[in-house]
Write a protein of this length. Structure first.
Ligand SMILES: Cc1cc2nc3c(=O)[nH]c(=O)nc-3n(C[C@H](O)[C@H](O)[C@H](O)COP(=O)(O)O)c2cc1C
Length: 163
């Protein structure tokens, strides 16, 4: 497998998840934080993973733009899609559906909801205020679902390697 993980992160949780994913995947995996570097030429990769985090119900607009502009290439890749978020269950599933357009969701081999973190130190004072009020969060918390990351890696590798 020759994999690109393209991601955006506000406070680093999605980056941690992407690094863990890269560690678990077979073959060569390169990481691209699209806030910091331009997207690579996708022709170099047979497998592409796109991940972002949910803030106020939405994934990063830049990731949605990327998906929209590259849909034609992405549907010819082994594709994985994931989000980091603090909602769980049906709410998290709805956030995932809202984050990625239907043709890509349908095409994806692996879809992941990896949990998330509230890192009060990294938030702006506005974000801290909102999170304290809405989620009643008083201290930093981590609920990253490492098992979901492992399942995602296994699923992607089993299908991609069989091709
Ligand atoms: C201001 C703010 C708004 C958030 N809004 C949501 C939300 O609407 N739904 C959700 O599931 N999680 C929400 N979260 C939790 C983030 O998804 C979580 O902190 C995630 O780990 C962030 O990942 P990142 O550090 O890669 O950006 C919010 C977090 C912050 C700080």
């Amino acid at each position: 497998m020759n994999t690109a993980i393209l991601y955006m992160t506000q406070h680093g949780c999605t980056e941690k998840a992407a690094i863990e994913l890269a560690r678990l995947l077979p073959g060569k995996t390169e990481l691209f934080n699209l806030y910091k570097v331009p997207a690579p030429d996708l022709n170099q990769f047979d497998t592409v993973i796109i991940g972002g985090s949910i803030h106020f119900g939405r994934i990063q607009a830049g990731l949605q733009k990327f998906c929209n502009e590259h849909r034609g290439e992405l549907i010819y890749k082994n594709l994985g899609l994931f989000i980091c978020c603090m909602e769980t269950g049906k709410n998290a599933e709805a956030e995932f559906e809202n984050a990625f357009e239907e043709p890509l969701r349908r095409h994806a081999i692996a879809k992941g909801i990896f949990g998330g973190e509230f890192n009060l130190k990294k938030m702006t004072s506005f974000e801290r205020m909102v999170i304290r009020h809405i989620a009643s969060v008083r201290e930093s918390t981590s609920r990253v679902d490492t098992e979901a990351i492992q399942r995602f890696a296994k699923q992607l590798a089993s299908v991609a390697q069989a091709q």
